[in-house]
Design a protein around this ligand. Structure first.
Ligand code: GLY
Length: 380
């Protein structure tokens, strides 16, 4: 039940391996890339408490020794002080150009460690072992690395592709339901942006992905297979897009479906637990489909279908699902202007002609966006 997606970038090609039991196989899978049997691991405290010993054992079984740096969990780790700590620690470990650094955690760790690897000795190789659903289907693949700036999220970084990604779906079973569903926002996004059949499948099988354990605590084979497929199809779609447009000159922006709304909502909620990234993506996708319908690009059934599926999954779908106050529509629109996807002062939106048929548009009237936001806020 192991799947491999090859990311075919000339000179920087790599595999994303997806399946159960991959931590135990980490040594066997990483050995072909090592020049000496020694690696460094950077992780965070929650992941370390539950999974670090298993990873180190999986490495030791093939004779690979490892040292680990355990950072605090949370978005604030993706910042200058922890980048400095990580880089200095890697240098203190005498990491060489031919060595491998392992990023072991969710999106925060993957982005931070990838960026540290991009800069240490002008670039060392790194392996991503993503532990959250969001990281498995999105942030560990495609080479976007970086940290946040006081001026905004992800504003400092580099494209640095990993050497290998090991997406062990067993690790998803230790996520809270909220974290799992947040990652599911990105999974559903792939269906909405480019594969209506995948969206059909998610409508029928998505609810099964959440509850993996039988009464006796075992994982049923069909549910493991469904989880592997959900991650594999998502990664395949991301790999296809990244191969076409690694540095986001065009098509890669499709991966930002829902993200322009999401980034404004994340800024408005202070990047706090009030709204997790994937929750913002899910609400943002519903709003992007609503905007598309109001611009006459798709029928009104499409946003209704998007919202119905997200609700069925138990996800946040509407602005009314966000606790606490939100600013008015004009302020949210202004927050969208801070988005990295602004080109020549023009906001770029990802719109859709239907589920599975998204496109990039720089031609979205501000009054239409304001209308969608005002109506969504009025329902709170
Ligand atoms: N998460 C969007 C991208 O990798 O381009």
């Amino acid at each position: 039940m192991i799947e491999t997606v090859h990311v075919n970038l000339p000179g920087r090609a790599y595999d994303v391996v997806i399946g159960p039991g991959l931590l135990a196989e980490a040594g066997t899978r990483i050995t072909p890339f090592l020049r000496r049997p020694k690696v460094t691991i950077v992780t965070e405290e929650n992941v370390a408490a539950v999974h670090l010993a298993a990873l180190q054992q999986g490495l030791e079984e093939t004779g690979i020794t490892s040292e680990a740096l355990v950072l605090p969990a949370g978005e604030s780790t993706k910042s200058w002080p922890f980048l400095e700590q990580t880089v200095e620690w890697l240098l203190a470990q005498k990491v060489e150009r031919g060595d491998i650094v392992i990023a072991f955690g969710g999106g925060v760790i993957g982005d931070l460690v990838g960026f540290a690897a991009a800069t240490v000795r002008r670039g060392v190789r790194f392996v991503q072992i993503p532990t959250s659903l969001l990281a498995q289907v999105d942030s560990s693949v495609g080479g976007k690395t970086g940290i946040n700036s006081p001026s905004g999220k992800n504003l400092i970084g580099a494209f640095h592709q990993p050497t290998l990604v090991l997406a062990d779906i067993d690790l998803l079973s230790t996520l809270t339901e909220r974290d799992f569903l947040s990652g599911y926002g990105e999974v559903a996004k792939y269906g909405m942006l480019g594969d209506s059949h995948f969206f059909d499948w998610l409508e029928s099988d998505g609810p099964n992905l959440k509850h993996l354990k039988d009464v006796d605590g075992a994982m049923p084979e069909d549910k493991i297979a469904a989880r592997v497929w959900a991650v594999t199809r998502s990664v395949q779609m991301k790999a296809d897009i990244v191969e076409r447009d690694e540095t986001e000159q065009g098509d890669r922006a499709l991966l930002n479906l829902g993200h322009t709304f999401c980034h404004a909502l994340e800024a408005a909620t202070g990047y706090s637990d009030r709204l997790l990234h994937g929750e913002g993506v899910a609400i943002g996708c519903a709003l992007a489909f609503e905007l598309s319908a109001r611009m006459g690009l798709c029928s009104q059934e499409e946003p209704s279908r998007v919202r119905a599926h997200l609700k069925e999954m138990g996800m946040k779908t509407d602005l009314s699902d966000i606790d606490g106050d939100l600013p008015d529509a004009e302020t949210l629109l202004a927050l969208m202007g801070q988005d990295k996807k602004v080109v020549d002062g023009q906001l770029r939106f990802i719109l859709a002609r239907g589920i599975g048929d998204a496109f990039v548009s720089a031609d979205v009237p501000a009054d239409k966006v304001l209308g969608v936001l005002r109506d969504a806020l009025a329902l709170r």
